[in-house]
Design a protein around this ligand. Structure first.
Ligand code: FAD
Length: 451
């Protein structure tokens, strides 16, 4: 009997169009489906993302008829142990381009000894590092990257081969642990089938209006695929392939958003230091506030108690749902960095703890975009006015009323300005926006950025 190959699942929790699985199937007819519960990744995730992951694992295990082998520990110990137990010939993975993933995979490859760790495919339509400028250096500006990304193209999804794998029974595996039960938090359905169903629903009902509705948080006009994409329940290649016959602004804008996702992964790949540090190091000199007053403001922001309705609505949605629409993410991020003068990395850490779709590349670089320190950064003088942003993008006030119960009796768009003062139980604004705007401009002006 030939030796089985292991498919080690990480951020690719699906069975369709999975290059790692196809490559395993090409080498061995028998497979072992493995997932490692790695505390280094689980600990910072927060209950929402952990729960989402557990639900994805349950869904994958169902699709594998209960044959997913789940073990806990450092992958450098756990993967070789399972390989020995099954006498596996190879371990197949999707390539991980994140700073931790690359370093982990190097350790696992070494620990596996003469059992090769074979990487095929990645979580991206175009893998990081693949697109470079004519002079061989990485792109630093999104519009140029996107043009090259479109020119590069993606291959069509592959659907054949995986069904030929005979998954080995995992019942006897010594180190096997049950998939932890998800914590009791509200989340959309998880797993490959849920992702495909949501995608089809969005193409039928949302795509046509996406270009305009995506900025209107009350309309829920976006795909809500971010957590599915984060865990690889669906691959962007599938989405791009399905969009190939769709014309119009909706499909064009959607493709562009997928290009942003790839772009930020590419940026992080070339500059892993930017997970923690400013991409544009000029911004290291910017003055941020610290100390007890700044901490109190940070807490008010985290809890959605700043007295700025659209900010508070977004921050409460984050706590309750683990999701915030993109427009509102930009508003709350601008408010933290430019009205409260608190460094972007504090906000980014809070987001990473609570977002179900929390993704290092997309999160840190969108934060840096807002703070002005990233690639393509918003010019430092672009400071969102949270009140006018609310009036413009939530013109009827429905989004704010949905998430801030204290404001439910305030009618229409007045919910953004509260002309009669804050109702009982709702705080007065913690800062004066006009004043903080001037302060931010002075501080940003002082570092004389070239952006
Ligand atoms: P849709 O509008 O339907 O877009 C489809 C997909 O395109 C998304 O699922 C996502 O994968 C990708 N996408 C869309 N916008 C962006 C963008 N600006 N940057 C990168 N990819 C994008 N996205 C994350 O996936 N994880 C994060 O941790 C994250 N943190 C963010 C933090 C801030 C401060 C900001 C401003 C944005 C952040 N985003 C993040 C990007 C974006 O807000 C979310 O991807 C989007 O809101 C998810 O909702 P959706 O799936 O309905 O998006």
């Amino acid at each position: 009997m030939s030796r089985p190959a292991i498919v080690w699942f990480r951020r690719d929790l699906r069975l369709r169009d999975l290059p790692a699985l196809l490559s395993a199937a090409a080498t061995a007819p028998r497979g072992v489906a493995l997932f490692v519960l790695d505390d280094a990744l689980l600990r910072p995730a927060g209950p929402r993302r952990r729960s989402y992951l557990m639900r994805c694992l349950h869904a994958l295990d169902d699709d594998l008829s209960g044959r997913l082998v789940v073990v806990r520990g450092d992958p450098a110990d756990a993967v070789p142990a399972v390989a020995r137990e099954f006498d596996a010939s190879e371990v197949h993975v999707s390539e991980d381009f994140g700073p931790y993933g690359r370093q982990r995979d190097a350790r696992v490859a070494e620990a596996l000894g003469d059992v090769p760790l074979v990487a095929s495919g990645s979580p991206y339509a175009v893998s990081p590092g693949r697109i470079v400028k004519a002079d061989g250096t990485p792109y630093k500006v999104f519009s140029a990257y996107r043009r090259a990304w479109f020119d590069h193209g993606t291959r069509p999804p592959a659907h054949t081969g995986a069904e030929t794998v005979e998954w080995l029974d995992s019942a006897g595996v010594k180190s096997r642990v049950p998939i932890p039960e998800p914590e009791d938090v509200t989340l959309p359905p998880a797993g490959e089938r849920a992702a495909l169903a949501r995608w089809r629903e969005f193409v039928a009902d949302g795509l046509g209006r996406y270009a305009t509705d995506r900025d209107r948080p009350a309309l829920d006009g976006t795909s809500r695929l971010s957590a599915h994409l984060k865990f690889g329940c669906i691959h962007p290649r599938t989405l791009l392939h399905d969009l190939r016959d769709h014309r119009g602004d909706g499909a064009a804008t959607f493709r562009s958003e997928l290009a942003w996702r790839d772009f930020y992964a590419d940026v992080l790949h070339h500059r892993p230091d930017t997970a923690r540090k400013n991409y544009n190091r000029t911004f290291d000199a910017i003055e941020y506030d610290t100390g007890p007053d700044a901490d109190a403001l940070f807490t008010a922001w985290c809890e959605g108690r700043t007295g700025f309705p659209i900010v508070d609505a977004g921050m409460r949605q984050l706590l309750e749902e683990g999701f915030v629409p993109n427009r509102v993410r930009m508003i709350v991020a601008s408010f933290l960095t430019k009205d409260l003068h608190i460094p972007w990395w504090r906000g980014a850490r809070h987001f990473m703890r609570y977002l179900a779709d929390g993704d290092l590349a997309s999160n840190q670089h969108n934060w840096q975009w807002t703070a002005g320190s990233g690639t393509d950064a918003a010019p430092y003088f672009r400071i969102f006015n949270p009140t006018t942003q609310g009036e413009k993008f939530d013109p009827k006030g429905d989004y704010v009323r949905r998430w801030v119960p204290e404001l439910r009796s305030v009618v229409g768009r007045r919910v953004h300005t509260l002309p009669d003062g804050p109702p009982t139980g709702y705080p007065a604004p913690v800062v004066d926006h006009a004043h903080e705007r001037r302060t931010a401009l002075e501080r940003y002006g002082r570092i004389r950025t070239t952006n």
